[in-house]
Design a binder for this molecule. Structure first.
Ligand code: FES
Length: 137
């Protein structure tokens, strides 16, 4: 076996192993970034005046209503950006890696370390409810 053959075989295995990593990368990427469909365009949210107190999930935001006070939090997890869409024992839970937040959006269990972003909004009263305008997250 000559030296050129050895080098070509080494190159082949190097490139073949790199090519094998691509499908694994794609699988990892889809697992990590699933539910990560957020934009930063102007958004509106229309809610009925009879919306009960509690935590409500909408497309990009989590609405927390207590009497007439309404707080909007981004539903984008501060770990890797998955969409938070469930609550367990009063805690907001990220479906991707299990981070938990309290109802104020404070991170209480990792891997997320930062609190959920509170979203400022403008409120307009309409017949039968209100419209909330905010910048999408
Ligand atoms: Fe990892 Fe939410 S994206 S815990």
């Amino acid at each position: 076996m000559d030296m050129n053959n050895k080098i070509n075989r080494k190159k082949f295995f190097k490139w073949a192993s790199l090519a094998l990593l691509i499908p694994f990368y794609k699988i990892w990427q889809s697992a990590v970034f699933r539910n990560k469909a957020f934009s930063s365009s102007p958004q509106t949210l229309e809610i009925e005046s009879g919306l009960p107190d509690g935590i409500h999930f909408f497309n990009r935001v989590i609405l927390i209503k207590e009497n007439d006070n309404i707080k909007l939090l981004s539903s984008k997890c501060t770990h890797l950006g998955c969409k938070i869409d469930k609550i367990e024992n009063g805690e907001l839970v990220c479906p991707c890696h299990g981070s938990r937040y309290d109802s104020n959006g404070s991170a209480i269990k990792g891997p997320a370390m930062k609190s959920l972003q509170e979203i400022e909004y403008r409120k307009e009263r309409i017949e039968g409810g209100i419209i909330m305008r905010f910048e999408g997250r």
